[in-house]
Design a protein around this ligand. Structure first.
Ligand SMILES: Nc1nc2c(ncn2[C@@H]2O[C@H](COP(=O)(O)OP(=O)(O)OP(=O)(O)O)[C@@H](O)[C@H]2O)c(=O)[nH]1
Ligand SMILES: [Mg+2]
Length: 636
């Protein structure tokens, strides 16, 4: 088994959202016999309920496939003849079949812009990437973004035109786009359909031919078999196994029972189990150089097993071990407060956060206290979809009733006193009088659009304070527009607007750039003259009136009527800029009085009026804002 490493190929599938990554992976799993045809279902690597319901990949998913190359059919046949492989499938298969086999470690990645970070982490664990382009869509914004990430890591790229079965497929055009982009030869591009399976064997063969086997590190003092270095590229919390690290073994090997030592955190433990993904956990007892698999770490604490850290250990001391270069640091862009609706659920919320954090390397959170909402957390997300998915998981998987405050970016505030701070929540914005200058994050925005929609797109981006840079052409009909734009302006409805301005054809990608001065202020939302902390937000001054009006109107539409008239206001620095009134609920106290006793009727109405006045006073600050009102305002 000396040559085992030469038969390993590590690769991922990257593409724009919905271009067919997970479906292509399905076919690979079938062809390699990794998953029994009877157990097969669409996008099987999308393992979370949420992923399956929405039809999008959120979390990267590794899987190990054993592929017999040209002998694959014979292999499958023998497999069906009930030959069982136990612990080390690769080894056993080679011995049983007596012909060449390959260990293909595939990582399926998400396509949505919010989850580029998952892509970057997958790329750190592999040597090659299959770049899929939907033949009916051509190159889109995430195609470019993910390709550039792969190129930064010097990965071998295998270009594939996918979905060639679609009637709307334009193979020739898509090929031309890819040639222009990669500067590759047309013959290098593989034509495929994840749906029909056409071209998929060809892709697997290309992976074997073109993607290099993992390299041994010849300069290491303890060259192979000596010390261990494994990159944690993801982690997962499993109810039965505890903290499981997803690793790429770079040097040495790891066996069940080995001591673990994490370089960054200094945490120590023992490998309780070691194995590969099939895609379920499949214990093999060891992982060698170049392999991708999992380690059941025995860690109880989330913080001890950080994604990006290097695992070392074995029997050697690790004082001389250099940590592995991970990948780009994650940069949460969107911040929101999350509070339990019931104050006594704080502990449950904290536990849930800790566990979800294990399945979600990009999430950051810190405790926050608010007068109105009690104890909760300020959380940082990659984008709005990430936030939405996260709150959905808290509700679903942990049965928590939560309130999420209006999302915002992180502002840099310079005070007149000279002090500087990062403000991640509107509640923490200092008084206007103390502020000298506020800065906000800007991103580099790329929009890919058919030429016909250039005008509409440009108008829209300009409305969002975008600064036009330049235009490039992919071909005579499609252009890439480059802009600089404040992150805050594209946070809310931007994507939907781009889609509707281009009949769905345009796609976007953005990337953090720098901080620039911003003319913004904190806006308070008052209900019954009490500021609702959770609804406070930071607005552009030139947009304050519109936003304020929009919010009080939404409140008026969605708040349940009370026993008294409800004042709904938006204010900046104590000055009311928009107001609405929600009329009182008129309880029909006379309904049960039949007939004509008018004086009695009037008496009752009088009584009700008095009652209302009392409630008005008592009602101050005690008006309950239902969670769906928050959600509606958040969506605006
Ligand atoms: N006609 C056709 N449809 C396909 C093909 N591949 C995927 N699809 C469809 O395209 C949609 C998206 O497929 P997925 O495999 O989930 O795409 P994805 O790239 O994994 O999507 P994300 O992970 O969310 O980025 C699904 O409705 C698939 O059925 C194909 O080769 N031909
Ligand atoms: Mg997918």
């Amino acid at each position: 088994m000396e040559n085992k490493i030469n038969n390993i190929r590590n690769f991922c599938i990257i593409a724009h959202i919905d271009h067919g990554k997970s479906t292509l992976a399905d076919r690979m799993l079938e062809i390699t016999g990794t998953i029994d045809k009877r157990k097969m279902k669409d996008q099987i690597l999308d393992r979370m309920d949420l992923e399956r319901e929405r039809g999008i990949t959120i979390k990267l998913q590794p899987v190990t496939m054993i592929y017999g190359g040209k002998n694959q059919n014979a292999k499958i046949k023998m497999q069906n003849d009930n030959l069982k492989f136990k612990n080390n499938p690769a080894k056993q298969e080679s011995e049983i079949f007596n012909f060449d086999f390959y260990i293909l470690n595939l990582i399926d990645t998400p396509g949505h812009v919010d989850f580029s970070y998952e892509v970057s982490r997958s790329l750190a664990a592999v040597e090659g990437a299959i770049l899929l382009v939907d033949a009916s869509q051509g190159i889109q914004a995430q195609t470019l973004a993910n390709l550039y990430l792969a190129m930064e890591q010097n990965l071998t790229i295998i270009p594939v035109v996918n979905k060639i079965d679609l009637p709307a497929a334009d193979v020739a055009k898509t090929k031309k786009e890819i040639v222009n982009l990669l500067g590759c030869r047309e013959e290098e591009i593989i034509l495929a359909s994840g749906k029909t399976g056409q071209g998929v064997t060809e892709i697997l063969d290309a992976v074997i031919e073109r993607v290099p086997a993992p390299a041994l590190n010849p300069s290491g003092p303890l060259y192979q078999g000596g010390y261990l270095r494994a990159l944690i590229f993801d982690s997962n919390y499993d109810e039965y196994r505890g903290v499981v690290a997803y690793v790429r073994v770079v040097d040495g090997k790891i066996k069940k029972g080995d001591k673990l030592h994490l370089i960054a955190t200094g945490a120590k433990s023992e490998a309780l189990d070691v194995g590969i993904f099939k895609p379920d956990y499949h214990s093999t007892g060891e992982l060698g150089t170049g392999e991708i698999g999992y380690i059941v770490t025995g860690f109880k604490e989330v913080g001890e097993c950080r994604v990006g850290d290097t695992i070392t250990g074995g029997s050697t001391s690790n004082s001389e071990v250099n940590p592995l270069k991970g990948y780009q640091e994650v940069k949460p862009m969107v911040f929101a407060g999350i509070f339990p609706k019931e104050g006594n659920e704080y502990q449950e919320l904290r536990d849930a956060m800790e566990k979800l954090k294990l399945n979600d390397a990009a999430l950051i959170y810190e405790p926050e206290h608010s007068e109105a909402l009690g104890f909760g957390f300020r959380c940082g997300f990659l984008g709005l979809l990430h936030l939405e998915i996260f709150q959905e998981r808290l509700r679903r998987e942990y049965g928590l009733d939560i309130i999420v405050t209006t999302p915002s970016v992180a502002y840099r505030v310079k005070k007149t006193s000279g002090a500087e701070s990062i403000v991640r929540s509107p509640q923490k914005m200092p008084n206007p009088a103390e502020i000298e200058r506020i800065e906000e994050p800007w991103v580099r925005l790329d929009v890919i659009t058919p030429k016909d929609y250039l005008g509409a797109i440009m108008g829209l981006v300009q409305d969002k304070k975008g600064i036009y840079k330049n235009t490039e052409y992919i071909d005579e009909n499609r252009a890439i527009l480059h802009y600089d734009i404040p992150m805050a302006t594209i946070l809310t409805d931007f994507y939907d607007k781009i889609k509707s301005a281009s009949s769905g054809y345009a796609s976007i990608n953005y990337d953090y750039q720098d901080y620039r001065q911003a003319d913004v202020a904190k806006m308070d939302i008052l209900v019954a003259e009490e500021p609702i902390e959770a609804l406070a937000l930071i607005v552009y001054r030139d947009d304050a009136f519109r936003r304020g009006k929009e919010i009080v109107e939404t409140l008026k539409e969605t708040l349940p009527k009370q026993m008294f008239v409800l004042k709904l206001q938006a204010a900046i620095g104590g000055k009311i800029i928009a107001a609405e009134k929600l009329s009182a609920l008129r309880k029909d106290v006379t309904a049960k009085l039949y007939g004509g006793d008018v004086s009695r009727k009037r008496k009752l109405l009088e009584k009700q009026k008095k009652g209302k006045k009392k409630m008005m006073a008592a009602g101050k600050g005690s008006v309950e804002i239902p969670p769906d009102t928050f959600v509606k305002i958040l969506r605006k």
